[in-house]
Design a protein around this ligand. Structure first.
Ligand code: HEC
Length: 144
């Protein structure tokens, strides 16, 4: 019984995640959302360890950092085309302030590169910088 409830919960959670992108038909918008989701998942590993919700593991932290490094440099390509979709949360000012948007993407790349994944303290300090870079961009360029 317990197991059935748990698996139902997981199924619902996954369905919710799929639904969030389900109505998006524009492939460019879909791809940039997928990139952000990848960034979110890697950030969740760093954040989980920093906050003690996940056991600190330098290899897993390094793997998450590698994903962040790779994804951060893909942001400008992913957003270069001003594609829209009713479900998109991207604000049009992105393409009016493209240089600043690129600077903010670069700030994420810098924050990710700067994470010292060898120690828990390093991961905790890294999360601060990482979080600031997400917020710095979302505040201006993503809908609330
Ligand atoms: C350079 C700007 C920028 C940076 C840096 C950035 N984001 Fe985003 N993010 C956006 C924009 C713009 C959107 C909205 C995209 C859309 O809906 O078309 C977005 C959307 C998202 C979404 C929603 C994706 C979806 O499925 O709709 C998540 C989750 C997300 N970002 C997480 C993060 C995290 C975590 C970080 C930091 C580690 C981060 N982002 C850094 C600009 C940025």
């Amino acid at each position: 019984m317990k197991r059935a409830t748990l698996s139902l919960t997981i199924t619902l959670a996954l369905a919710g995640a799929a639904l969030a992108h389900g109505g998006v038909s524009d492939p460019v918008v879909k791809a940039r959302m997928a990139l952000m989701t990848e960034i979110k998942d890697a950030t969740a590993v760093i954040g989980g360890m920093a906050k003690g919700k996940l056991e600190f593991n330098p290899d897993q932290a390094a793997a998450a950092k590698a994903v962040l490094n790779k994804s951060a440099v893909q942001i400008t390509d992913a957003f270069e085309t001003p594609a829209t979709d009713p479900k998109s949360e991207a604000l049009p000012v992105i393409w009016e302030n493209w240089d600043d948007f690129s600077t903010k993407a670069n700030a994420l790349a810098q924050a990710a590169s700067g994470i010292d994944t060898g120690t828990l303290e390093g991961v905790q300090a890294g999360l601060q910088a990482l979080g600031a870079s997400c917020g710095g961009c979302h505040k201006l360029y993503r809908m609330d």
